[in-house]
Design a protein around this ligand. Structure first.
Ligand code: FES
Length: 153
């Protein structure tokens, strides 16, 4: 159960204006690291924006998640340049190291592992991101060290 007072404060920050539901959802996402169903319902009730519309927004934009996310997101680029330079092996190494599959979050809530299409820096492929850090020329053998260094940070 989430603290709906936090959701109410966010809605009030935007004056419960239905034109700002995306901003409200962004704030909810930042607060809880996902958009809980109760928060979506509260925004809908207070802005009179239909729930279906909010649900559509939440599923349409990659920035939003309806499932709890880890403190840090690890993105593995599976675009062509990264793919041919071994991205699938990096993904497999990360899945082994974290004990989760792509798309899942570790039980301790630290990491969410996702696959993305071209991150726009093919010249340094294969690339992964951890939080907002881009890591270039990644090798599967580095994965374990990378994870432990980010566990401490
Ligand atoms: S394909 Fe990975 S950065 Fe472009």
């Amino acid at each position: 159960m989430i603290d709906l007072r936090k959701v109410d404060a966010i809605i009030e920050k935007w004056n419960a204006d239905p034109d700002f539901v995306i901003e409200m959802m962004q704030d909810v996402q930042d607060e809880f690291r996902f958009i809980p169903k109760e928060a979506l319902e509260r925004i809908s009730d207070r802005t009179e924006k239909p729930r279906g519309k909010l649900f559509h927004i939440a599923t349409f934009y990659r920035a939003f998640s309806l499932e709890p996310r880890g403190e840090k997101e690890i993105q593995v680029c599976m675009g062509t340049a990264c793919y041919v330079k071994g991205a699938p092996d990096i993904l497999a190494a990360l899945e082994r190291e974290l004990g989760i599959s792509s798309g899942e979050t570790t039980p301790d809530g630290k990491f969410t592992l996702t696959e993305v299409r071209c991150l726009g820096c093919c010249g340094i492929a294969p690339v992964i991101t951890i939080g907002n850090k881009v890591i270039a020329d990644v090798k599967p053998s580095q994965v374990s060290n990378l994870i432990s260094s980010y566990c401490k940070s």
